[in-house]
Design a protein around this ligand. Sequence first.
Ligand code: ADP
Length: 259
Amino acid sequence: VRIAFMADKDAGPAKAAPRILAVGSGKGGVGKSTLSTNLAVALARQGLKVGLVDADIYGPSQARLLGTEGTKPVAHDKRLVPVASPWGVPVLSMAHLSEPGQAIAWRGPMAAGALTQLLEAHWEDADVLVVDLPPGTGDVQLTMLQKFKPAGAVIVSTPQDLALIDATRAIELFTKGGVPIVGLVENMAGYICPHCGEESDPFGCGGAQASAEEVGVPFLGRIPLDIAIRTQSDAGTPPAAGEGKQAEAFAALGQQVAA
Ligand code: ADP
């Protein structure tokens, strides 16, 4: 399944609501947030108007990843106005609405309410909203499916067996909810030692491609385990916004998704 995100680009004054591209994973720590940031930046570099919603209500990281920590969004007509980032991708995250390090201990309905506020913000200008979902298959994901009907979902997994089993569950959740799977991305695939240059596969190799084939969803590509991706992400400078092999890898992923 391919989602034609470019289709409404020149739709004129009666612009359609932004298409939602949900980014999910079966479990945490596989790089879903990192992928969401860099996919959003890569799509923006292709000329799309992209917004990013951090729906990871309990563990928000997009304010940091896009270098917008400490900025508070304003409201206009009782709806939030997205925070501008230096990378051409406006963003909204619970991290913009809470104090740094503050624990967000909410029950499901409140988290679903927060998601609604973030998604019903002033996104009028966006063609595509990349939504970084929490890991797993809980209340926020269900609200996302039932209330906001994503145009497609990208699933991120490491090549590890356990991560892949969980990724398959996430695929099933979206498929059952009528959301087409744009494809599966294998993250942290292959590691090149910065000291000796030896290539190794800490989480195995090729597992995501095999799983994608097994469950009949497209395989979108691999992003290697790369220290530069972590350090640049931590510094709030998304590697996809730079030059070099990291930016190229995310650009290729963006092209696959928008194709
Ligand atoms: P998730 O959203 O799935 O919990 P994150 O995107 O927060 O995962 O990533 C977890 C950690 O792994 C972060 O420190 C991030 O910088 C790092 N990371 C993610 N992808 C890569 C990669 N391809 N190479 C190196 N580090 C990565």
